[in-house]
Design a protein around this ligand. Structure first.
Ligand code: R5P
Length: 291
């Protein structure tokens, strides 16, 4: 029992000061439960509302692709500069130290590799995601693909059903088949389908007219980087996406395949969180990489 000596009467009730009604910094999440908001706040910085997610899940379909041959050597030094780690459970458990104190967006579906037909994926057991204490689950959708659209939409739908029981957000990842047009109409449709089916975050690609994709998506959009570009172009891509309303990036190859990955992720951070233009970001990249 607590010591009852010297019990003090409360006298600091802030009378006359209205209680803060608390708006929430993540788009479309204002009505979600506390646990969801807590996890989203670990991913999206409450001060900027944005995130720099580092994607290094590529090995689950590509094997040891360039830059990810030794994740212990290439990715672990970047962790301090990222807001969220996006990876598979295999790499999380075998390589990522559990004391990094960074949120994890777990790659939560798997099936085939680049050697065969992609997208015939199944979803991880929700208990496994809970055991790894993930802050979000990423599920891929192949919108417009006659063979895999229904399967992958069902995967997202199922994951959202399961994850919402435990207040775990789900990120819909829009895959782009080789026959799809990479335009605002396609990405707008794919992103909206993700959100309508329960995604709390959407990962898609930047395109001309991106502001319409963002406007019509009721949850935050983060962009993938796509294939490796020269650093200046990758920073321009990032700057335009943020200017058009993206809530951040979930970028892989343009960071870990850079000549100077640590400099690159810090430059991306500057554009996403600190309002740097792409030119200023590139200047920062050059400064950091020359040290
Ligand atoms: C896509 O399905 C993969 O999960 C990657 O995480 C994604 O493509 C992002 O990586 P990158 O910036 O290299 O495109």
């Amino acid at each position: 029992m607590a010591d009852l000596d010297d019990l003090r009467e409360g006298n600091n009730f802030g009378l006359g000061i209205a209680t803060d009604t608390q708006t929430f910094h993540v788009k479309g999440a204002g009505n979600l439960p506390w646990g969801m908001k807590d996890r989203l706040s670990r991913i999206f910085n409450p001060e900027t509302g944005r995130t720099v997610m580092l994607a290094f899940d590529h090995g689950f379909i590509m094997g040891p692709t360039s830059g990810l041959e030794r994740i212990d050597l290439s990715i672990l030094p970047l962790i301090e500069h990222t807001d969220c780690l996006m990876c598979t459970r295999g790499i999380l458990q075998s390589v990522v130290p559990p004391n990094t104190n960074k949120p994890v967006c777990l790659r939560s579906d798997a099936g085939t590799t680049i050697l065969t037909e992609l997208n015939n994926n199944v979803v991880i057991d929700i208990q496994e995601a809970i055991r790894m204490n993930v802050s979000a689950m990423a599920i891929m959708l192949s919108i417009g693909d006659p063979a895999f659209e229904a399967r992958t939409v069902a995967n997202l739908f199922h994951a959202a059903d399961q994850a919402s029981r435990y207040n775990i957000p789900v990120m819909g990842v829009t895959a782009v088949g080789k026959d799809m047009a990479r335009d605002a109409r396609y990405f707008g449709l794919a992103s909206r389908v993700c959100a309508e089916n329960g995604a709390n975050i959407v990962k898609t690609y930047y395109c001309e007219g991106f502001e319409k994709v963002v406007a019509a998506c009721p949850v935050p959009i983060v962009i993938a980087g796509g294939k490796k570009l020269p650093e200046k172009e990758a920073l321009e891509l990032c700057f335009h996406a943020i200017s058009d309303g993206a809530s951040g990036v979930d970028m892989g190859r343009n960071i870990f395949q850079s000549s100077h990955p640590a400099a690159m992720i810090q430059a991306i951070h500057g554009v996403v969180h600190n309002g740097l233009t792409s030119d200023q970001g590139y200047e920062l990249f050059n400064d950091l990489s020359s040290k």
